[in-house]
Design a protein around this ligand. Structure first.
Ligand SMILES: NC(=O)c1ccc[n+]([C@@H]2O[C@H](COP(=O)([O-])OP(=O)(O)OC[C@H]3O[C@@H](n4cnc5c(N)ncnc54)[C@H](OP(=O)(O)O)[C@@H]3O)[C@@H](O)[C@H]2O)c1
Length: 245
């Protein structure tokens, strides 16, 4: 039920953190991975960690529409796509400006929207395919400084639901995952701006502690596999119990 054998998956942001682990886990379950990112060294590192044969990569900037259409023009067909690439941002509301908004939305929202739109329009998703959008629990909270990041992820979650609705007649599914804090290069960089003790203190809000990329990858494997064949249009909260209270 959970096997991905004989299937091909595109993973964006596969060069780091959660995306890298998703790529590894897909390969562990027999799937073939097309790893997408921007950084050649990091994407090569991901490829070196994959199990099995036949994996490959594509380098493109998701915030650049031309890069996306160029990728699409030579793309093969996929059984699933994980829209994982994203950037974090901490800008208090009074410091928001147009440039900052574009920087965040261009990757977190626009990039995933146009990549999925182009894949769908060009019939590059196989029947019974699965699209997984990595959103964030931030979209449901009101953490100060996260206005742009949280809004971009809320938009992505809403988009995923509409995609699910429009593609159901083709038996293509779309779901999103809203993770809480996962320890990755993204969060490690963000933690540099605060003290170690405040990072440890904040972890107390998580009954199961902070998550790991493997925790997200497990749910992604479920969503990509036939085990979730009746699930579409869902947004799955994966937060170690943060929102229990
Ligand atoms: N970590 C968390 O606590 C957490 C929680 C909830 C949701 N998320 C979401 O999970 C996803 C992965 O996060 P992470 O923590 O694994 O972050 P990460 O380690 O910083 O990795 C981000 C990935 O996104 C790619 N990326 C960034 N900008 C891009 C662009 N313009 N074009 C193409 N690729 C781009 C990066 O590629 P390069 O290596 O080429 O730069 C990298 O592979 C993000 O969408 C994030 O918002 C993370």
């Amino acid at each position: 039920m959970f096997s991905l054998r004989g299937k091909t998956f595109l993973v964006t942001g596969a060069s780091s953190g959660i995306g890298q682990q998703i790529a590894i886990s897909i390969s562990n379950h027999g799937g073939r991975v097309i790893a997408a990112g921007r950084d050649m060294n990091r994407i090569q590192e991901t490829l070196s960690l994959l199990e099995g044969e036949g994996h490959s990569y594509h380098l493109f900037d998701l915030s650049d529409y031309k890069d996306i259409t160029e990728f699409i023009s030579k793309s093969e067909k996929f059984d699933g796509v994980v829209f994982n690439a994203g950037v974090i941002d901490y800008t208090p509301v009074k410091f928001i400006n147009e440039a900052k908004m574009f920087k965040v939305f261009d990757v977190n929202f626009k990039g995933s929207v146009f990549l999925s739109q182009q894949l769908i329009k060009n019939k590059l998703i196989n029947k019974m395919g699965s699209l997984v959008f990595i959103s964030s629990i931030s979209s449901k909270l009101g953490v100060p400084g996260t206005a742009l990041y949280a809004s971009s992820k809320a938009a992505l979650t809403a988009y995923a639901k509409v995609v699910a609705s429009e593609l159901a007649n083709q038996k293509i599914r779309a779901n999103s995952i809203s993770p809480g804090i996962i320890v990755t290069p993204m969060t490690e960089k963000a933690a540099e701006a605060v003290t170690d003790s405040s990072v440890k203190e904040a972890e107390k809000d998580y009954p199961l502690g902070y998550g790991t990329p493997l925790d997200v990858a497990g749910l992604v494997i479920y969503l990509l596999s036939d085990a979730s064949r009746w699930m579409t249009g869902s947004d799955l909260i994966l937060d170690g119990g943060l929102t229990l209270k």
